[in-house]
Design a protein around this ligand. Structure first.
Ligand SMILES: Cc1cc2nc3c(=O)[nH]c(=O)nc-3n(C[C@H](O)[C@H](O)[C@H](O)COP(=O)(O)OP(=O)(O)OC[C@H]3O[C@@H](n4cnc5c(N)ncnc54)[C@H](O)[C@@H]3O)c2cc1C
Length: 323
């Protein structure tokens, strides 16, 4: 009888762990709060256009993630992106940038194959009984028993789930994550200067990119993606998304000296636990006594590649503990 494992969170970390467990012969079920998978590697639709609202590009420094990037590039799920307009050292760094095609969430495609994923299922509580772990959902339904649980959600949300397991919960207090507003702006005409990316433009604006300049995207006019700075995002966390979109677009237009243009569509999304300020300093945590592990970008860094490596390493350790 194969060992059963529940994975909470269908972002890069959770699905990377799920693949390792499934390849080792475990029965894996993934539970995701949102209606779609991908977490902060999201691709979001605004009318007929799709925007990468979270991670903008991937880097691959570790051999594990480099191998995975080669796999997805070979399968057509990702491609190299060298934005226009950069010069010198910045241009050299960008030669190592990859993006999912046709959207960032394509990066997860091979990981999601052959894994049972339940979307729209927010895990509320984990409960251990004689036969193993049971998960409880917001609608009071339950799933289980599972031999082990992998918690692959941002640290503050992991704290809510493993709060009673001191061995895992206490170190989570060290981690700090910041919010980040993402604004999608769709313009019917092209008004942006001949440059695809602007970083740290003002104290408010952390990042601006022309989303449809990435490989595999198309579309008339400009699809502009704006990220606000963590400080500004924290100060405005409770504001109305419509006014956030207006404010950030006005600031970008002003900073770039753009001609007055009314966007065809705009929308804002808040990544409540978007960016890692202080990481855990360990690749993952696993408690053999509890048969529960936690993983995510926040364990060792702040990038997608850290999420992938964290999930893959935790998956391996969980397989050993289950055998
Ligand atoms: C604005 C922004 C820009 C970024 N830019 C870059 C970049 O350019 N390059 C880069 O490498 N990285 C970037 N990152 C970071 C990158 O997106 C993350 O490192 C990576 O996506 C994290 O993956 P993860 O699986 O650890 O977490 P997540 O992607 O957050 O996945 C966690 C999943 O768990 C789900 N979940 C949470 N709670 C529950 C629950 N109770 N029950 C069920 N499901 C739950 C969530 O819905 C989510 O899908 C950026 C992030 C943001 C927010």
């Amino acid at each position: 009888m194969p060992k059963s494992v529940a994975v909470i969170g269908a972002g890069l970390a959770g699905l990377s762990a799920a693949r390792v467990l499934r390849r080792a012969g475990c029965y894996v079920e993934v539970f995701e709060r949102d209606r779609t998978i991908g977490g902060r590697l999201a691709t979001t639709r605004l009318g007929l256009s799709a925007f990468d609202t979270g991670a903008q590009y991937l880097t691959a420094r570790s051999s594990t993630f480099s191998k995975y990037v080669d796999e997805i590039v070979g399968a057509g799920y990702a491609a190299r992106w060298q934005p226009r307009g950069a010069t010198g050292a910045a241009a050299a760094t960008m030669q190592q940038w990859f993006v999912g095609t046709p959207g960032m969430s394509s990066v997860l495609r091979p990981l999601a194959e052959s894994v049972r994923i339940h979307t729209g299922q927010r895990v509320h509580t984990m409960e251990r009984r004689d036969k193993g772990w049971y998960l409880w959902f917001e609608d009071q339904s339950t799933q289980g028993p599972f031999h082990a649980v992998i918690v692959a959600v941002p640290a503050p949300e992991a704290q809510l789930l493993v709060g009673r397991l001191d061995r895992l919960a206490d170190p989570l207090n060290r981690v700090r994550m910041s919010p980040c507003w993402a604004v999608m702006v769709r313009l019917d005409v092209s008004v942006m200067p001949d440059q695809d990316v602007f970083s740290d433009m003002t104290e408010t604006i952390r990042w601006v990119s022309r989303n449809n300049a990435k490989p595999g995207r198309s579309g008339r006019g400009d699809n502009i993606l704006i990220h606000a700075s963590p400080t500004w995002s924290r100060e405005t966390e409770d504001a109305d998304p419509e006014s956030i979109a207006e404010d950030l677009w006005a600031e970008v237009s002003h900073a770039l000296g753009l001609p007055p243009t009314r966007p065809a569509q705009m929308a804002a999304h808040l990544w409540k636990h978007g960016l890692v300020d202080i990481s855990l300093g360990e690749t993952f945590m696993f408690s053999t006594e509890d048969m529960v592990g936690v993983c995510g970008d926040w364990c060792l860094g702040r990038l997608a590649e850290h999420a992938f490596d964290s999930g893959a390493r935790l998956g391996k350790v969980a397989v050993e503990a289950l055998s």
